[in-house]
Design a protein around this ligand. Structure first.
Ligand code: ATP
Ligand SMILES: Nc1nc2c(ncn2[C@@H]2O[C@H](COP(=O)(O)O)[C@@H](O)[C@H]2O)c(=O)[nH]1
Length: 216
């Protein structure tokens, strides 16, 4: 799951995955912990030297820089979860998502979470009150680039109405699971999920539609 900082990925993820037996990957980062963030739960907070050391050892599935800090997905817990047969969820920025796509191929289902507008994204980032005004501007600048790459993702879900976006994430998950079996064996619920997932497939996206979001 990818999308601009502040679009609501974390908020969506909590509701989407509540009660599910899936593995959520805890990232490593060199940024400072925010008040209330817990070491090992929200992130593994490390020094730049520790991060780069792990990267040199090939310890990340993907890693990228984001507004002055390093972020990465440790590979070992992912391999262990997949070996246990669990689905794995990553919440990462675009550059890392492209690395996962390259490495995992069709096994990775890429979902881009779109803000209703850039004005609303600014409102959410400001309202969350975790960043200085300068860092908000940097994140918004990055958001413009990220949104213009949304067509590289298999699904694009607009997070305007939170409940609807959660339903769409659940439908994508159920449809992608069903797609591993012949269509003739699908249940009615899986057919319904497939139909809903089609409505958020990125196939119909064009550059003009993306530009409208970044200009809004
Ligand atoms: N559908 C929505 N409508 C209105 N506000 C929302 C919605 N979804 C999330 N928010 C609010 O937007 C803010 C940012 O959400 P959140 O922290 O989940 O974003 P994020 O994408 O995980 O950000 P980051 O990538 O920086 O961690 C929060 O204050 C959250 O309550
Ligand atoms: N490429 C990766 N991006 C990651 C990872 N973990 C988080 N992120 C993304 O970074 C930005 C900023 O996060 P914040 O917590 O400082 O607001 C946001 O888009 C995250 O999704 C990761 O392991 N790899």
């Amino acid at each position: 799951m990818t999308g601009a900082s502040g679009v609501g990925k974390g908020t969506l993820r909590e509701q989407w995955l509540a009660g599910q037996d899936v593995f959520y990957s805890t990232s490593w980062t060199t940024r400072e912990a925010r008040p209330g963030e817990v070491q090992g739960r929200d992130y593994v907070f490390v020094t730049p030297a520790e991060f780069l050391d792990k990267a040199r050892q090939g310890g990340f599935l993907e890693h990228a820089q984001f507004v002055g800090n390093h972020y990465g997905t440790p590979v070992e817990p992912i391999e262990a979860a997949l070996a246990r047969g669990q689905d794995v969820v990553l919440e990462i920025e675009v550059e890392g998502a492209m690395q996962v796509k390259e490495r995992m191929g069709d096994g990775a289902i890429l979902v881009f979470i779109m803000p209703p507008s850039l004005t609303e994204l600014r409102r959410r980032l400001t309202g969350r009150a975790t960043e200085t005004p300068e860092r908000i501007e940097k994140r918004l600048l990055r958001a413009r680039d990220e949104i213009m790459q949304a067509h590289a993702f298999r699904y694009v879900i607009v997070n305007d109405d939170l409940n609807r976006a959660v339903q769409e994430l659940l439908a994508v998950q159920q449809a992608e699971r069903a797609a591993q079996r012949p269509e003739a064996d699908w249940t009615q619920a899986e057919r319904d999920a497939h139909a809903l997932a089609r409505t958020v497939h990125s196939g119909a996206l064009n550059t003009e539609a993306l530009r409208q979001v970044v200009d809004s």
